[in-house]
Design a protein around this ligand. Structure first.
Ligand code: MN
Length: 331
């Protein structure tokens, strides 16, 4: 079985060299301080930048392809004047890596939502001349979310150029309640933040404006499959009691219908057969892709999970490569 993993982070020395010297926008200092420490540790940095070693590791595991993306939170914590050219330079480097290794690497471009018009142009370039497969956005940008009107050019470009948006977690924008006990990170804050962002896209009516948009969520849907029925019930209740304390935009579909139409989820970091079973009943195998979340999760454990978890042959084929080939136009 062909194995494609779709949330596989990397960086270039050129990117890290520039990014670590930049000023950070207010509010993002804590997260960036941590990420710079992580990215400076020699062994970890090597895991991010050494793609020859990556290929050897993939060979040893029987992993055919990695869909590469810049290590989060990418360019989003930097002023637009720095972030826009940095994204462009990174995407050029990523496209060159993908071209050198056809069949082994694909790539998700980085964009700077801080400048939505520049981001739209970069999406066009990424999906056109650069030949990349989508984009990754690391949730909020300066506390702003993609349903807000300023991001219309970015979403329109993603829809027009058929660029799936991998909506990846980062530390929550409302950080105060998460500061203690290590909670901003992957233990809780990441999925709370990414799940919130996805729910904003659904409940705002954004997906009525961009019905062809594809949004990819890691971690088997950032908790949303678990809540789908309750979300539909509460949304219907709110619609029946118009004028209630929390007004909601009128939507043409139920929340779960948007989730099943516009979203695709990945297994990154959740090697749990019971949660995968829930996700399969919620959205089906043609909406689920295999992902490792390299270098944060153990690639061997993730690949073993894909090979061994109880699935039908058709489900395993869908998760292993077929859904990714369709979503990211991988041949
Ligand atoms: Mn990740």
């Amino acid at each position: 079985m062909r194995v494609i993993a779709v949330e596989e982070h990397m960086a270039t020395e050129a990117f890290l060299g520039v990014a670590h010297g930049l000023d950070v926008v207010p509010g993002d200092e804590t997260e960036i301080g941590l990420m710079r420490t992580v990215e400076t540790a020699p062994a970890f940095r090597a895991r991010l930048v050494d793609l020859d070693a990556r290929l050897k590791e993939m060979d040893a595991l029987g992993q055919d392809m990695a869909v590469l993306s810049l290590n989060p939170p990418g360019v989003q914590p930097y002023p637009a004047a720095d972030a826009v050219p940095l994204a462009r330079e990174f995407n050029d480097a990523l496209a060159a890596i993908v071209r050198r290794h056809p069949g082994r690497f694909s790539g998700l471009a980085t964009v700077a939502p801080q400048d939505p018009v520049a981001a739209a142009a970069e999406i066009e370039r990424a999906m056109g001349p650069l030949g990349l497969n989508g984009i990754m956005i690391n949730s909020h940008t300066g506390g702003r979310y993609l349903d807000e009107p300023e991001f219309a050019p970015l979403l329109a470009a993603a829809e027009a150029h058929r660029a799936p948006i991998y909506l990846h977690p980062r530390a929550p924008s409302m950080l105060d309640a998460y500061r203690d006990y290590g909670m901003p990170g992957a233990i809780w804050g990441f999925q709370a933040e990414a799940g919130l962002h996805a729910m904003r896209l659904i409940l705002s009516g954004t997906l009525d404006r961009y019905p062809e948009l594809t949004v990819v969520l890691g971690h088997l849907g950032e908790g949303i499959p678990y809540w789908l029925r309750r979300i539909d019930n509460r949304h219907a209740f709110a619609a029946r009691t118009a004028g209630a304390a929390t007004p909601m935009p009128r939507l043409s579909l139920t929340p779960s219908e948007y989730f099943r139409r516009n979203f695709v989820i990945t297994t990154s970091g959740i090697d749990d057969p019971d949660v995968l079973g829930l996700a399969l009943s919620a959205v089906g195998a043609d909406k689920i892709m295999f992902a490792i979340d390299f270098p944060y999760e153990d690639p061997a454990a993730a690949v073993a999970f894909l090979r061994e978890v109880p699935l039908t042959d058709d489900q395993r084929t869908a998760l292993g490569h077929r859904t990714a080939e369709r979503v990211f136009a991988i041949t």
